[in-house]
Design a protein around this ligand. Structure first.
Ligand SMILES: [Zn+2]
Length: 340
């Protein structure tokens, strides 16, 4: 089968012809139809989510969607023929966190799809059955690549931060793959939403197509939140991850406000005082991926047309590497995807 692989963490993506894998106990073989291309894939390929040399060579791509072609022993035969989307984290399914539907906090976490096991930049992929989440009928494969991360992670954020009707929610890096769905999910949860970004085409889409207040954040000193917000937000969702933006966020949180952090750039940090946390009762929260239940919620939001999947570019295998370069440069609106 055709595959795109890396031979070293941080190395280039190379086309390869490799044997089709077989599903083992508790696993399924998926004929991959489409797979997301986003910044997390770049991070995975750099080794930021695991850089064990024993994992190499590796097929990246965690937002894979496809049809179950074969089931291993112990997996219900009825799963064959079902279109599924991959849950990104390899979890045990039986520890207290998993039983509490907090699988991203699994106590026996063993890595990520596309890092610790091969992902969807190949014509077939083997997944643990636990990681194969059914896609609702009528949802096309390319659109479905947005379900397990780009939409489900915003659903997790909305639940974690308690986004409720009337909340003022600002999203930093709102035109990217997670951000462009975060603004939509926040609206579903009843919020007033402002999307901050630096690319004109992304700002135009946010305001023109999605109906959120779009704000140019090229210079945080010049950012002005919507006039009716009184200069404050109840929730700031940070997908940007740089200290000036994070400091801006804390400075603009309303009393009882929450900053939700979603980036993991090594070495980045910013100062927050206990005094300001207490005096304004602020929360700084980390948000780690999502739960399998939230992937199901995300799938329903997509199926019901309440969230629009924004996949602005669909490419074949020959153009994945170039598209990853565009993603890294920040020029891709929403998500891109590989279609096999
Ligand atoms: Zn677990």
């Amino acid at each position: 089968m055709r595959a795109l692989r890396i031979k070293a963490w941080g190395g280039p993506l190379e086309a390869a012809d490799i044997a089709r894998p077989s599903p083992g106990d508790g696993e399924v073989l998926v004929r991959v139809e489409a797979c997301g291309i986003g910044l997390t894939v770049v991070n995975c390929m750099q080794g930021h989510l695991g850089d064990d040399p024993a994992f190499l060579p590796r097929t990246p791509g965690h937002e894979l969607v496809g049809v179950v072609a074969e089931v291993g022993s112990g997996v219900p035969a009825a799963l064959a023929g079902q279109r599924v989307a991959a849950y990104f984290y390899l979890v045990c399914g039986s520890c207290p966190q998993c039983l509490a539907s907090s699988e991203s906090l699994c106590e026996r976490f063993r890595g990520n799809v596309g890092v610790a096991i091969d992902g969807g930049y190949a014509e077939y992929a083997v997944l643990p059955a636990l990681n194969a989440i059914p896609v609702p009928d009528g949802v096309e494969p390319v659109a479905a690549t947005t379900i397990p991360d780009a939409i489900a992670t915003p659903v997790h954020v909305a639940r974690l931060a308690g986004i409720a009707p009337g909340a003022r929610v600002a999203v930093l890096a709102a035109g990217g793959g997670v951000g462009i769905h975060m603004v939509q999910v926040a609206k579903v949860y009843g919020a007033e939403v402002a999307g901050l970004d630096v690319v004109a085409a992304k700002l135009a889409y946010l305001e023109g197509e999605l109906g959120v207040s779009a704000i140019d954040s090229s210079d945080f000193a010049a950012v002005r939140l919507p006039a009716s917000w009184g200069g404050q937000a109840d929730v700031v969702v940070d997908l940007h991850g740089r200290p000036p933006a994070q400091r801006w966020a804390v400075d603009h949180l309303a009393r009882n406000g929450t900053l939700v952090a979603l980036t993991t750039f090594p070495g980045e940090q910013f100062a927050v005082s206990s005094r300001e946390l207490v005096q304004r009762q602020l929360t700084v929260a980390g948000s780690r991926y999502n739960s399998r239940h939230e992937v199901g919620l995300a799938a329903r939001l997509l199926r019901d047309g309440r969230v629009r999947p924004v996949v602005s570019k669909v490419v074949g295998p020959d153009d994945v590497a170039a598209t990853l370069t565009d993603v890294r440069a920040g020029t891709v609106l929403g998500r891109a995807a590989l279609a096999w």
